[in-house]
Design a protein around this ligand. Structure first.
Ligand SMILES: [Zn+2]
Length: 396
């Protein structure tokens, strides 16, 4: 068993829930890692000896970001759609079909290569855990292969056969729900930890409350945890459905009424509201008021929703800066939501916090303080720290 000591930490941000901002900051700290787990944390002056020493040069160490919502298995390009939206065309979910066609036409090998390069990209931006959804296959075989490919990179895989109704089922929505909840779910479940549904009555392509309930109930029956895309394009039933069914998270939450906020606050121990401000930015939509959610007692997370249509960015630091600038969070609240909050939405306590016994998923900031995550928008100050000294390890 080899041990690694990390020194030169000007500011260790543990996010351990202590201190006025919950960040548990320790100045001039050191940290020992054994077999990928944190074995010791303390003052640099007291650091024990270890086999390998990594000096990060008076930089900041934070828990690696947990990006708990992404759609990274896809092919094709929708840059033109983004430009159209920027010049006034509203988003209604229809562009997903473009990516479905491109993804179906791409080989396994190429899809795997594309995903690998996206995982490399997010690690260079400080993310160490990523959830990856299917949802651009929408046939049994194409959904299964997306999950099989994603499984090679992360244990946090999500079956999203109910992303949109594919074109070939446009006149038979019930038939598609039967497929998703029947043969597709059966084939996909062995490769997925979660099931998700785009519950959005405002999109003709997505699913209404009853269809979403059918999908989620079938997923729960098959042993999958529940995630929901809800309340993105307008007020809707997604939040109430997620709360009622005990989902781990309801994501977007762009349009919430008072009842939605109350419902989320009542289940804050078990259901997280995951905010995706990159989507509001890229679709010119209003931002949800994250400060209101926190003051009501709601558990929140931040994630990228990285996807080729509505937010083609894998940058958690950028998401943090948006959350601070546009959604009323302090930098500390935003960082906590991007680590601990997102880990909670994955029902994980072994990541998101740097405490003894947790995974040693560390990111380093080329900055004197974590405040720079929000203070220096767009500047690549964060990266995942490789503890092996032999290049990057894959994101978990
Ligand atoms: Zn999404």
């Amino acid at each position: 068993m080899s041990s690694t000591v990390v020194t030169g930490i000007a500011e260790l941000v543990t996010c351990d829930g202590t201190g006025p901002d919950l960040l548990g900051i320790q100045p001039n700290a050191a940290l020992v890692v054994e077999d990928g787990m944190i074995a010791w944390i303390g003052p640099a002056a007291d650091v024990p000896s270890a086999d390998i020493k990594i000096d990060v040069g008076e930089r900041v160490i934070i828990p690696g970001f947990v990006d708990s919502h992404s759609h990274l298995v896809f092919a094709g390009d929708r840059g033109a759609e983004f430009v159209a939206r920027m010049t006034g065309q509203p988003y209604d979910g229809g562009g997903i079909g473009v990516t479905v066609a491109a993804t179906r036409a791409t080989s396994d090998e190429e899809l795997r290569r594309l995903l690998a390069s996206r995982i490399d990209e997010l690690r260079t931006l400080g993310t160490t855990t990523v959830e990856v959804k299917s949802g651009y296959g929408l046939t049994v075989a194409d959904e299964v292969r997306a999950l099989q490919i994603a499984r090679q990179f992360t244990t946090e895989t999500t079956f999203l056969g109910a992303h949109v109704v594919p074109g070939e089922y446009a006149r038979d929505r019930a038939g598609y729900v039967d497929l998703v909840t029947g043969p597709m779910l059966q084939a996909a479940a062995p490769y997925a930890r979660w099931i998700d549904v785009f519950c959005e009555p405002h999109s003709p392509h997505a699913f209404d409350a009853e269809e979403a309930r059918t999908v989620l109930s079938a997923g729960a029956e098959a042993g999958l945890g529940l995630r929901v895309h809800g309340n993105q394009l307008g007020p809707g039933p997604g939040v109430q459905l997620a709360v009622e069914l005990g989902a781990a998270t309801v994501d977007h939450c762009t349009y919430l009424d008072d009842d939605d906020v109350d419902a989320l606050a009542a289940v804050a121990e078990t259901t997280v509201a995951t905010l995706l401000p990159g989507v509001e930015f890229c679709t010119r939509s209003p931002y949800p008021d994250a400060a209101r959610l926190l003051s009501a007692g709601v558990s929140i997370a931040l994630a990228t929703d990285c996807n080729p249509g509505t937010c083609y960015s894998s940058s958690m630091p950028w998401v943090i800066s948006l959350a601070v600038r546009e959604m009323g969070l302090t930098p500390a609240q935003a960082l906590y939501a991007a680590t601990v909050g997102a880990a909670k939405s994955l029902r994980r306590s072994d990541i998101g916090q740097l405490v003894v016994g947790n995974r040693a998923d560390l990111s380093v900031l080329d900055a004197p303080s974590y405040l720079h995550l929000a203070y220096r928008p767009g500047v690549p100050i964060a990266r995942a720290l490789s503890l092996t000294g032999s290049g990057e390890t894959p994101a978990e």
